[in-house]
Design a protein around this ligand. Structure first.
Ligand SMILES: [Zn+2]
Length: 304
């Protein structure tokens, strides 16, 4: 018996609807809630091309409601905290960190330079117009063995004792070495792992570190292998990262990492890219990664 044409077309319509339905599901709407920029530099070379009204405008247009601010040298962070009227008008909370770098030369020697330890202590004692510094960093270790440097070890112990947050651009081996230098052996150390392994530590290794160190947080800028193209041409988390973020929704943060001036030019595009892949996550998880995890770390309101 031949298929009656009407039934045939009805069946085709059902298939098309199903496909369209799936397409709509995959092209989830972008995340529209607040963002916490947990990796923001306002370095000396950014301040002339991007004065404070310019950077605040970029944050405001991006829906960024708080920034973890640090700069080389620390004057940039202090200038942001002193521009209280402007930051409040823009609706941006500034959470200051002490950076370990007075200049570019310090990147390669801070971990064994006692004058850096003195500078950090002086900055902590001085504080900012937005109150006490809440942590130290970002610092870099291009060779994980330098985590054994005397000043690196002293700063980790200091952070642990004073409940300061540490923002560290290091590899996975250095995470273990830095945590070992703390009085709590990393059990209470509030370390934000900048880029969560920019060298590509495996998802399994990242999971193992999250389990081992309960207060370790992963900041996701520049993380290789994080995002994949969706079938519809959008950006989504790659399956292994999506699974990890769903497993540990309280342990991840986003950042702009404005380490060079072009990052300021692309600030809004970067935040839009985050909104795109956040939209593919369950809304509760997206909001945690986008805002609540950072807000919780620094006592900011869950509803900014
Ligand atoms: Zn950075």
């Amino acid at each position: 018996m031949q298929t009656p044409p009407r039934t045939f077309w009805r069946a085709r319509l059902v298939v098309v609807c199903l496909l369209v339905g799936l397409c709509e599901q995959a092209q989830a709407a972008d995340y529209t809630g607040p963002l916490f920029d947990a990796h923001m530099h306002y370095n000396v070379e950014a301040q002339q091309p991007h004065p404070i009204p310019d950077v605040l405008g970029r944050m405001q247009r991006s829906g960024v409601r708080a920034v973890l601010a640090n700069s080389r040298p620390n004057d940039g962070t202090r200038a942001l905290t002193e521009a209280r009227a402007q930051t409040q008008a823009a609706g941006v909370a500034v959470v200051p960190l002490v950076r370990l770098y007075r200049n570019r030369d310090d990147y390669g020697s801070w971990f064994q330079d006692p004058t850096i330890y003195e500078m950090v202590q002086a900055e902590l004692a001085r504080g900012t117009a937005a109150g006490a510094y809440r942590g130290i960093g970002e610092f870099h270790l291009y060779d994980s063995a330098n985590a054994r440097g005397k000043v690196a070890q002293q700063l980790m112990a200091l952070a642990d004792q004073r409940d300061l947050v540490v923002l560290a651009h290091v590899d996975d081996a250095a995470i273990d070495l830095l945590m070992a230098a703390t009085p709590s052996a990393g059990k209470t150390t509030r370390l934000i792992w900048a880029h969560t392994g920019i060298g590509g530590a495996s998802v399994e290794r990242v999971r193992g570190l999250l389990v081992r160190y309960p207060a370790l947080m992963g900041e996701l800028s520049y993380r290789p292998g994080l995002t994949c193209a969706s079938a519809q041409g959008g950006t989504v988390l790659c399956p292994d990262w999506r699974a990890l973020v769903l497993e540990y929704p309280d342990r991840f943060l986003l950042g702009s990492d404005t380490w060079i001036n072009p990052r300021w030019q692309y600030y809004e595009a970067q935040m839009q890219e985050y909104r795109s892949w956040l939209g593919d996550l369950p809304p509760v998880v997206a909001r945690k990664v986008a805002w609540e995890n950072g807000a919780r770390m620094f006592g900011l309101p869950v509803q900014p």
